[in-house]
Design a protein around this ligand. Structure first.
Ligand SMILES: [Zn+2]
Ligand SMILES: [Zn+2]
Ligand SMILES: [Zn+2]
Ligand SMILES: [Zn+2]
Length: 474
């Protein structure tokens, strides 16, 4: 039995490196892999002092080695690690810049770990001399070479090449994990999950529960022989930003169906409204921006400037509801309604409205609820294209669309604007949407915030069912 429960095999090619292919038909929602991380570490540059076991914030430090932080409830850390750290001299001041690398070197003293780690891709030659290479040199490699770590590690030759390779493996392969307390994230290595090839419209979902256990499941039916893929980047970014982040962080140029299609599968997440005709959109083909209706051509540098301005306005509006709405109105006149900058603005506004609606001291009016439902509906329209099949984002958006919609129905009924039958129809539609939202989230691990949300939706559904039954009996 291999790590993929014999449902997949690991293959190798010059173009893709190692990759995973299904060897049997896999159903939507079916689990493909569960895996524990071989390494967890704080993000480089993060200033928070975190326990080396549970990664919660702590002010305590191991009394034996006085090097790694450890909280009172976790007890001692690994004895072998502690002993090496006891002999470590000239410990760099910024622990989080070196923590992952030190722990990795200590783990490499174990042959089994070393063997797995050595198979992981670091893209050493592509990285050499780049900006990120220099940053790693200054923040991690150089400070560590200033210690006596070389003399403490027996299984490997600790030099700048090895340290850079470890940094490279971290950059190329690590997955984000939510910190166990508060906001922010940690990085982690899952060697089997890292074998999945990338696709901007992937066929799996990766989720990590509160115990750092990973689960990968199919978001749609996967046929035997299909490539099993995962999306390494943000699917709500436009093609040029996704491609750039993949090139800079993962060292490849994405050629997936979505990236190769100028309209992004018809989602138009990078399209600009045509200035010369009423219904046309400008899409980029090669380096030209051309209207799909009237063939008007626009200067690429002007489009680039427009999108840069929109992104800047978005950043400047962050957290301010009124500014966000103004920016959205302004750029809705020139960008396609699904443009990624508009989608991000809508998400930001929606998040502020969510906080207002959830505030027990605030009484949202119909207009506010309508705005919330409208924005979530528009975000959903985009997600349906770029995240077909099961999608956590779609489940959450549908949930956030359904709740205000039902509240608006109740308010309108109370003020005599709609009849009992109309209210019943609205609530029945809400019931259908909530069931679909619950289904989208039902594959998430129970010990995760998404799993908790699925349980909350189940409770909302129960109440709604009672409410509909009551209305029928009036
Ligand atoms: Zn702890
Ligand atoms: Zn210690
Ligand atoms: Zn792509
Ligand atoms: Zn046109």
């Amino acid at each position: 039995m291999n790590k993929f429960n014999n449902k997949c095999s690991v293959e190798k090619s010059d173009q893709l490196g190692r990759y995973v292919v299904s060897v049997q038909d896999i159903d939507e929602g079916e689990t493909i892999l569960t895996e524990k991380p071989i390494l967890i570490f704080p993000v480089f540059g993060d200033e928070t002092q975190r326990c080396c076991q549970c990664f919660k914030e702590t002010g305590d430090i191991c009394k034996s080695c006085a090097k790694f932080p450890i909280c009172a409830s976790c007890g001692p850390h690994n004895d072998f690690e502690c002993q090496i750290l006891q002999k470590l001299e000239k410990m760099p001041r910024k622990l989080n810049n070196v923590f992952g690398v030190i722990r990795c070197l200590v783990e490499m003293e174990n042959d089994e770990f070393s063997e797995v780690f050595n198979t992981m891709e670091a893209h050493q030659s592509e990285r050499r001399g780049t900006a990120i290479w220099k940053i790693h040199h200054n923040t991690t490699v150089d400070p560590l070479l200033g210690t006596n770590i070389k003399s403490l590690i027996k299984n490997a030759e600790v030099d700048s090449d090895l340290l850079q390779r470890i940094c490279g493996v971290f950059v190329v392969n690590s997955f984000d994990i939510k910190v166990p307390d508060g906001v922010g994230c940690l990085r982690s290595l899952f060697p089997n999950a890292a074998l999945l090839a990338h696709d901007c419209v992937a066929n799996t979902i990766v989720s990590i529960d509160d115990n750092f256990q990973m689960k990968i499941y199919a978001n749609r039916d996967i046929k035997s022989g299909e490539l099993v893929t995962y999306c390494y980047t943000n699917p709500l970014w436009g093609t040029s930003k996704r491609r750039e982040s993949l090139l800079v962080g993962k060292y490849f140029h994405c050629m997936c169906k979505r990236c190769e299609d100028s309209s992004e599968l018809g989602s138009h997440m990078s399209s600009i409204l045509c200035p010369s005709c009423p219904d046309g959109s400008l899409i980029q083909r090669n380096s030209n921006w051309r209207c799909v209706e009237c063939n008007t051509i626009e200067d690429p540098s002007e489009i680039e400037e427009l999108v840069t301005d929109a992104e800047l306005s978005l950043t400047e509006s962050e957290g301010n509801l009124r500014l966000l709405e103004t920016t959205l109105r302004r750029y809705s006149k020139v960008l396609h309604k699904n443009h990624h900058v508009l989608v991000e603005l809508k998400q930001d506004i929606s998040a502020i409205l969510r906080n207002l609606i959830n505030d027990p001291t605030f009484n949202p009016n119909v207009e506010l609820l309508q705005r919330k439902a409208q924005l979530c509906g528009e975000i959903l329209d985009v997600l349906k294209i770029v995240q077909p099949g099961i999608s956590v984002m779609k489940g959450i958006a549908l949930y956030e669309f359904a709740l205000p919609t039902s509240d608006i129905g109740r308010m309108n009924f109370d003020s005599g604007k709609i009849t009992k039958d109309e209210l019943k129809r609205i609530l029945e539609k809400t019931q259908k949407d909530l069931k679909e939202a619950a289904r989208m989230l039902s594959y998430e691990p129970l010990d995760s915030s998404e799993g908790q949300l699925a349980r909350n939706i189940a409770m909302d559904l129960k109440e709604l069912q009672e409410e509909i039954k009551d209305i029928r009996s009036w």
